[in-house]
Each structure stands twice: as structure tokens, then as C-alpha cells.
Design a protein around this ligand. Structure first.
Ligand code: SAH
Length: 348
């Protein structure tokens, strides 16, 4: 195992069979050594700085029916909302005052949120805060729409690939959603010039060492600028209500392995990680993560963006508590960056 890890650190890639061996019993790895190496790698590229992204959950209306997701179309228990532009700008204003310089607009695939409306919203944010980056995380669209948003000023796009194994993808999604199309979108986004984020849930139903090996093969080939990786957490009104959640331990190990595969990657310690353990985000950073995503959504809609059960919404992840976040990160020797926090790939 330790030879495979040495090899990964030297070449930043492994063969599929090697990933399969490593990921078949990841708990056999010396975790302290793994996390220390990953945290050291983070410090090499980012020093003690942690990057902040303010998350604005702009709509929980979704035309898709992903089996894991609490805001899936068939969930009648969700009270649906869409933020208007002034509300979104007010969220940005609040975040900016707290030091946030990247705004992430995330939502379901809401047909009522038209491409032109999104473009105008991006342009309005960039006009008012030209020193800020805008990240979109709105799902799958045609090239022309991604281009429209890029031309309006969007800098980054998060579109987790969810799993790089087509059969596994088919277990997590209805038939009309395919891995091939998801990957097409990721390639298009990169081609247009976005900083692109891929990623997957840890412990999603049907995930195995082999599907994880596919994920790592995909990541080392695609070379995304960002990787979103957090535990799967069941939501009670979805078909996966009874499935077990992904674990803290597995998530930390996989975060560290992502950091060692893609040394300069932007890697959030996610809200989902903070949800399964009170110190989840700090532990994520100590395992190599370098980004946190406090929630800037209006408090009145936060409990409606229920991707999974017990989602944190009022603690350190909430933007009202940025000072608290600063303190928590100081306890692990980190500072909060007050700048856009672009991927170093663009500058080196
Ligand atoms: N509609 C957008 C945003 C989806 S929500 C898109 O298609 O990309 C953002 C991410 O939340 C998803 O990509 C998924 O990986 C994660 N997510 C959804 N349901 C989840 C659950 N039950 N547990 C943990 N993460 C979940």
C-alpha cells in the first residue's frame, strides 16, 4: 500500500488496477501519514490560506429526478422556491461585507430560470463587484447556453460527474440522464474556458472499489480545476431513504487521495462533511481540502434546499458566522483568504 502511495506522489497517477487495489481497502493506509502528506501538499500551493465561496441556492425547482437528491422532481414534500435577482444581489452584498469574493449560484435544473435571466444576473453581479468571481452550478445545458453565461462573465462551473462508471451512473439516475452527456458537458465547459469542477459523493449506493477506481482514472485524465467530494447522506423522501450515509473516514481518505493526485486542485471541505461530523470541515482541511463554502442563501429559504437530511444551515457554514469560521480555521493554523481564489493552474 505504501509503495502505491509513493508512486502516486511521484507520478500523480496510477494505473486502473493499482487504483482498484488501493481503493479496495483504503482503511489499510496509514491515515496519519496520508493526511499529513496531503496537508503538506495543500500548504505547498496555498500556504495557510483557505479559500471561501459563498453559496447562493437560487432555486430548488428541478426537472430532474436523480434518485439520491432531496429536491428531485417527484418529491412532493418540498416547498419550492426561486430567488429573484434583487434577493441574490442582497446575498452577494452580505457576503462581500464578510470578505467573500466568489459567489456560487447553485440550483436545480429549473426551466423557469431562463438562460437569459441567468446571464443578466451574472452580468449584474460582475458589474457591481468586478473583483469577484462567479461560479455557476446549475446542471446540464447546451454549449450555446454555457457560452452565453461565460460571455456574461461567469468564471467557473461546478458539475460533479457523480460517478465515472456508466452502470453505477445508471443506478443513481433515471434513464434519460447519462454519464456520456454529463462528461460531454464537462468537456464543453473546459473547452469554453471555465475553471471546471467535477466530483462525486462518497458512499453513494452501489459505489465499489471499482467504481471509485474509475473516478480516479477520470480525475487524473480530465484534470479538473476543482473537485467537489462529500459523503452521500440519505434524504427521507427519496428512493434512497434507507441507504446508509457515506462515512467521515472514507471521505477524509478520498479527499487526501484527490489532493495527492491533483496537487493544485481547489478542494472544498463540504457542508455534507460538516453535517456528518461536528468537526468534519476542519478534519477535511487537515486531510488536504482548501476551500469552504459558507451559505449565503436567505435564512428563510435555507431549510427548503434539502438535498439531504439534517443539512447544516445555521452554524459556521452560514455566512452570518464568517467571524466564527475564521476562528475555527485559526485553531488549525489556517487563515481565510479575501480574494477570488482562482485555481493556481491558471498562473503557473
Ligand atoms: N443541479 C445541479 C446541482 C446539484 S446539487 C447539478 O446537476 O449539478 C449539488 C450536488 O449535491 C450534486 O452534484 C450531488 O453530488 C450533491 N448531492 C445531491 N444529493 C445529495 C445527497 N443526498 N447527499 C449528498 N450529496 C448530495
Amino acid at each position: 500500500m505504501s509503495e502505491l502511495l509513493d508512486k502516486l506522489c511521484q507520478y500523480r497517477r496510477l494505473e486502473r488496477e493499482e487504483w482498484q487495489i488501493l481503493l479496495a481497502s483504503p482503511r489499510d493506509l496509514d491515515q496519519k501519514a496520508l493526511f499529513d502528506r496531503a496537508a503538506q501538499e495543500r500548504r505547498t500551493w496555498f500556504g495557510d490560506e483557505i479559500y471561501v465561496r459563498g453559496l447562493i441556492e437560487c432555486s430548488n425547482i428541478c426537472k430532474n429526478n436523480c434518485l439520491y437528491c432531496g429536491i428531485r422532481r417527484d418529491n412532493r414534500q418540498v416547498s419550492r422556491y426561486r430567488l429573484d435577482r434583487d434577493t441574490i444581489l442582497a446575498c452577494c452584498e452580505k457576503g462581500y461585507a464578510g470578505g467573500v469574493r466568489t459567489f456560487v449560484l447553485q440550483g436545480g435544473e429549473d426551466p423557469g430560470m431562463t438562460p437569459d435571466w441567468v446571464a443578466e444576473t451574472v452580468a449584474a453581479i460582475k458589474r457591481r463587484w468586478p473583483d469577484c468571481a462567479v461560479t455557476l452550478s446549475l446542471g446540464e445545458f447546451d454549449r450555446a447556453i454555457y457560452q452565453l453565461w461565460f460571455d456574461a462573465g461567469a468564471d467557473r462551473y461546478l458539475l460533479r460527474h457523480e460517478t465515472a462508471d456508466a452502470a453505477h451512473y445508471g443506478k443513481l439516475h433515471p434513464p434519460e440522464l447519462t454519464l456520456a452527456h454529463r462528461l460531454d458537458c464537462l468537456h464543453t465547459l473546459k473547452d469554453i474556458g471555465y475553471q471546471v469542477g467535477a466530483g462525486f459523493m462518497v458512499g453513494s449506493p452501489g459505489q465499489t472499489a471499482d467504481t471509485l477506481a474509475e473516478d480516479f482514472c477520470f480525475l487524473q485524465t480530465f484534470q479538473p480545476h476543482m473537485v467537489g467530494l462529500g459523503p452521500f447522506i440519505p434524504q427521507k423522501d427519496t428512493p434512497f431513504a434507507q441507504e446508509p450515509a457515506g462515512t467521515l473516514e472514507d471521505t477524509l481518505i478520498l479527499l487526501a487521495l484527490v489532493r495527492l493526485t491533483l496537487p493544485k486542485v481547489l478542494l472544498p471541505a463540504t457542508t455534507a462533511l460538516g453535517t456528518i461530523h461536528p468537526k468534519g470541515r476542519e478534519l477535511g482541511i487537515l486531510a488536504g481540502a482548501n476551500v469552504v463554502m459558507p451559505n449565503l442563501s436567505p435564512p428563510s429559504t435555507r431549510d427548503k434546499y434539502t438535498l439531504y437530511d439534517n443539512k447544516l444551515s445555521t452554524g459556521a457554514e452560514a455566512a452570518e458566522h464568517l467571524a466564527g469560521l475564521r476562528k475555527r480555521l485559526a485553531t488549525i493554523g489556517c487563515t481565510v483568504a479575501v480574494h477570488r481564489g482562482d485555481a493556481p493552474n491558471d498562473h503557473t
